[in-house]
Every structure is written in structure tokens, then in C-alpha cells.
Design a protein around this ligand. Structure first.
Ligand code: UN1
Length: 513
């Protein structure tokens, strides 16, 4: 159905032997545990994938370490040229890869294509970066001395990615790591390994064309045990993990215990503030895309809308006019805006959160049904829910990875809205809709939003790759993608060079021998 077998063929993925890891092509150990990947849209089998063992992990790390020895010496702009070729291949494969993302993850085709575009964009960004990677120069206090700092490749970077952005978030990490002279080991979500296999085939071709060892980009498909091994492994100086706060806390603790670096991009509880000075036409568009786009499964999805009392009823009515008409259906079907959730557990989390929030006093305004019937057979479809709540409810304080939007009222000054928006444990993305300059600046001030992303008249989701991406508090503190996020992928070194015939000591210390 939907030509998926053609898509797999175009991408070089064998439906019954989809496996790939490391430096050497790997079809899966003969006794490998094989998992069947079913489409979240209709339960149809897409392919089966071999899972790696602890021994496979060892092979992968060794291939990565070996490749690092040569890759770190390749001039950065030449590394950038490899990334440029990967970006070009992704341009050629945008259509089938976007379709596979959509089929395997369940996001609508437009968003699947958007995700591949995000990969292409980060490739372009990384190519430019490969001629930069700047350090500073400083003036030495000593005569005929020179000081500067330089950034050197770090080593093996472990990348643990989540199902919801099965390929883009890997690209943010792997492409920056590559131009920085690092090699990477990718452990994709066990829910979405096929897109990873497809991407690895693309990479493999580029590496072969350029005589670069395959170990520069490694893929290992496995379960949480592989992620745990990576977190504990001193040969992996940086582990970048995207996913739930629960997962990230474990990774962060284990990496921290060995004083390694962890780049964590975890849960959000993102809010949009709507003041009486908002342009409601654009605010409503942003709220709906943020809340129901990707069926509420982005870490940047809008979970809360904090609305000024005087316009609360109006905003609620406008949302109530849209929600019941949202086209929910197969993600590859033209016209669909809301696809399925990833699996049955996600549906259970959705219904569980709705039951709990109502028990706490929340009012379900619309939606919340689990959809059944022929159009939804075999899939994990729900109707996005709108719930009127108070911010302090335990359920509202949690991130539920599903399309539930909480409407919250604020009274008085915009600072009251900002305080509510900050009053959660997570700190990823936030926005305010207002045409009033004082309100906008209050939101961006030191006493404003405490999130890693704070937008004005733009929703919480759909960030461009050029900015640093990540958040504070339980979101984990890491920054990926644009701006100077590359620095975490390199080791920093301060160099002082003496070209005089004397050895003056710093701080004017006399030490005559
Ligand atoms: C994620 O959900 O993990 O800003 C990443 C956005 C996308 C990336 C989301 N560019 O919504």
C-alpha cells in the first residue's frame, strides 16, 4: 500500500533483511533478534530489522575509533565537502525518504518531507561551518608571546535519537560532528530503525565514492541496552541524547559519573501566551499547528495556551470551531493534517492523561476519543483534545506526548502569564503573541521566559536549524543545531607560544636558578 515497497527499493532497504551497522556492512548476526516494524497508520508490516548484540556494539566502537584516527586529520573544509555530498544525495532522495519517515513514524507527508529538508539545511549549515570553527586570539602579557585557542576534534560521538524526529535530529548531531572531525555512532529509536537504515545506505555511498572509511558514520540498531553501553563507555567522550526526561536523566547520570559530556535534549512543556494585544488570526494558526501538528509528538509541541481573561472566551470559541473539523487520517493521504500516534502505549498515555486531568478538575471541551472504524483500522488514531485547566494540576505539569492542549486563563499584567509559563519543570520552547512592544520585551527580559527558545508572534514548534536548539531545567540544558552549538563537539585548547630568547613567567613571578 502507498507504494512503500518501491520506496524501500529506491532507498536500498531490503524489507526482510533491513540491517546495517558500523564500518562493515552487517546483515545482522545469524542469531540476531529480528523485530517487525509495523506502520503506525494501519498496522501493516513495512519490514523487519535485525537488532544488534553487545558484541556488535564492540565491533562498532572499534570501527569508529579506527576511523577517527584518519578522519580527524582530514582538513575541515574537506570534511565539509563530504557533508555537502551527503546533502546533495539527500536532495535526490527527499521524496522517498520523506515518505518512509511518514510511513514509519506516522507524521503527515508534508512533515516527513520537512524533516528531510531539515537534514539538507543542516548539511548546508555544516558545510559553511567547516571553513570557520573559530577560536579567539588573545594578547599575552609577556613580550614576544602569542596566545590563542583552537578547537580540535573530540572523538567518538554517541547519538541517541527519538522516534518523533527519526532522522533530522541525528543529522543535526552527525553533520556538525563530522565537520568538527568527530566520528559518530547512531542508535536510533527502536521504533523507527528503518529510516536510519535508509540514511546509512545514502551515507555509505558517499563514503565509498570518496574512499573514506565507513566507520566515520556508524549505525547500530538496538534497544536501551545499547544506549546504556554507550553512556557508560569512556571511549565515547560525548553522548547526545534526545528523548524523554526519564531516559535523559539516566544517560546524564551515567555519563556524568565518568565525567564525560552529555548533550541532552529532553521533554518540553511548551506554552503560548496570548495577550489582548495579539493578532488572533496568526495566534490561532500557531496554536493549532503547535498542538496538533505531528499529532502532538514534537518536543516543541504546544502543550499549554495561557490566555488573558478578557479574550479567553473568544480564543476558546475559535479553537472549538477548528478542532472538531481537523482532518485525521492516514499520514500519506493528501489532505490529512493529523496522523496517528506512534503506538498503543502512546494512545494509552493520551487517554490516561485525559482521565487524570479531569479527575483533577479539568474540563474536557472537545476531542479525546480513540478513533476506530474502517478508516482507522490497525492504526493508533485519536481526536486531539482541548481541556480547560489550571496550571498547577499534576497532569498539566507533565509532558504527555500526544495532542492534548491545555487552556489556562491569566488575569492582569503579562508578568502573571510569564510566571505561569515558567512554573513547570521543563524549559524548552515558549512564545508570546502580542503586538505590544512592552509585553514582548517583558517576555524576553531576564524576568521573562526561562526557556531555551522564546519566540514572539511565532509558535513554539518548527524552529529553523540556524538557531541553537535546546532548553533549560528538565529539558537538559544541551544545545544542538545552529549558532555555536558546534563547540560541544570539539575539545578546546588554549595555546601560548613563546618566540623570545627569554622565559618570562606569568604574573611577574621571579624564579632565578
Ligand atoms: C523534536 O521534536 O525533537 O522545532 C525536534 C521543531 C523541529 C524540531 C523538533 N524543528 O519543532
Amino acid at each position: 500500500p502507498h507504494g512503500l515497497q518501491d520506496v524501500l527499493r529506491q532507498l536500498g532497504v531490503e524489507a526482510d533483511n533491513a540491517a546495517y551497522c558500523t564500518g562493515r556492512t552487517w546483515g545482522g548476526a545469524p542469531n540476531a533478534d529480528r523485530r517487525v516494524i509495523n506502520a503506525p497508520a494501519d498496522g501493516q508490516r513495512i519490514a523487519s530489522v535485525a537488532f544488534a548484540t553487545a558484541a556488535d556494539y564492540e565491533t562498532v566502537v572499534q570501527a569508529a575509533q579506527e576511523a577517527f584516527k584518519t578522519w580527524r586529520l582530514v582538513p575541515a573544509p574537506k570534511r565539509g565537502d563530504i557533508v555537502r555530498q551527503i546533502g546533495n544525495k539527500l536532495r535526490e532522495c527527499k521524496e522517498p525518504l520523506g515518505k518512509l519517515v511518514s510511513a514509519e513514524m506516522g507524521k503527515i507527508l508534508q512533515e516527513g518531507l520537512g524533516e528531510v529538508q531539515e537534514m539538507i539545511d543542516i548539511c548546508d549549515f555544516a558545510v559553511g561551518l567547516s571553513r570557520q570553527l573559530h577560536g579567539f586570539t588573545m594578547h599575552s602579557e609577556r613580550p614576544a608571546h602569542r596566545m590563542y585557542d583552537q578547537y580540535q576534534p573530540l572523538g567518538v560521538v554517541g547519538i541517541i535519537s527519538a522516534f518523533n524526529f527519526p532522522v533530522a535530529v541525528w543529522a543535526w548531531n552527525a553533520m556538525l560532528a563530522a565537520v568538527c572531525g568527530d566520528v559518530s555512532i547512531w542508535k536510533p529509536s527502536e521504533k523507527t530503525p528503518l529510516t536510519a537504515v535508509a540514511v546509512q545506505h545514502i551515507i555509505k555511498e558517499v563514503l565509498a565514492d570518496n574512499d573514506i572509511p565507513e566507520g566515520v558514520f556508524n549505525l547500530i540498531i538496538g534497544d536501551a541496552a545499547i544506549g546504556a553501553a554507550m553512556a557508560a563507555d569512556r571511549r565515547v567522550p560525548l553522548v547526545s541524547a534526545t528523548g524523554s526526561t526519564r531516559m535523559g536523566r539516566k544517560v546524564g547520570e551515567v555519563v556524568g559519573a565518568r565525567l564525560g559530556r552529555a548533550l541532552l535534549e529532553l521533554g518540553g512543556n511548551n506554552a503560548i501566551i496570548v495577550t489582548k494585544n495579539a493578532d488572533l488570526n496568526i495566534a490561532i494558526r500557531a496554536i493549532v499547528f503547535g498542538a496538533v501538528g505531528t499529532a502532538g509528538q514534537r518536543c516543541t509541541s504546544t502543550r499549554r495556551v495561557i490566555i488573558e481573561d478578557g479574550i479567553f472566551a473568544d480564543v476558546k470559541q475559535r479553537l472549538l470551531a477548528i478542532y472538531p473539523k481537523l482532518p485525521i487520517g492516514h499520514p500519506l493521504q493528501a489532505g490529512t493534517l493529523v496522523g496517528p500516534l506512534i503506538d498503543g502505549a502512546a494512545v494509552a498515555a493520551f487517554t490516561g492523561a485525559l482521565a487524570k486531568v479531569q479527575a483533577e478538575g479539568g474540563t474536557l471541551l472537545t476531542g479525546g476519543e480513540v478513533l476506530t472504524g474502517p478508516a482507522y483500522a490497525g492504526g493508533h488514531y485519536v481526536r486531539p483534545a482541548l481541556v480547560e485547566v489550571e496550571n498547577h494540576y499534576a497532569t498539566v505539569q507533565e509532558e504527555t506526548f500526544a495532542p492534548i492542549l491545555y487552556l489556562i486563563r491569566y488575569r492582569g499584567d503579562v508578568q502573571n502569564a510569564i510566571d505561569l509559563q515558567n512554573d513547570v519543570r521543563q524549559g524548552l520552547s515558549s512564545s508570546i503573541f502580542t503586538l505590544n512592544m512592552r509585553e514582548a520585551e517583558a517576555f524576553l527580559a531576564a524576568s521573562g521566559s526561562d526557556c531555551g527558545i522564546a519566540n514572539v508572534n511565532i509558535g513554539t514548534s518548527g524552529a529553523e536549524i540556524g538557531g541553537a536548539f535546546g532548553g533549560e531545567k528538565e529539558t537538559g540544558g544541551g544545545r544542538e543545531s545552529g549558532s555555536d552549538a558546534w563547540k560541544v563537539y570539539m575539545r578546546r585548547q588554549t595555546n601560548t607560544i613563546n618566540y623570545s630568547t627569554e622565559l618570562p613567567l606569568a604574573q611577574g613571578i621571579k624564579f632565578d636558578i
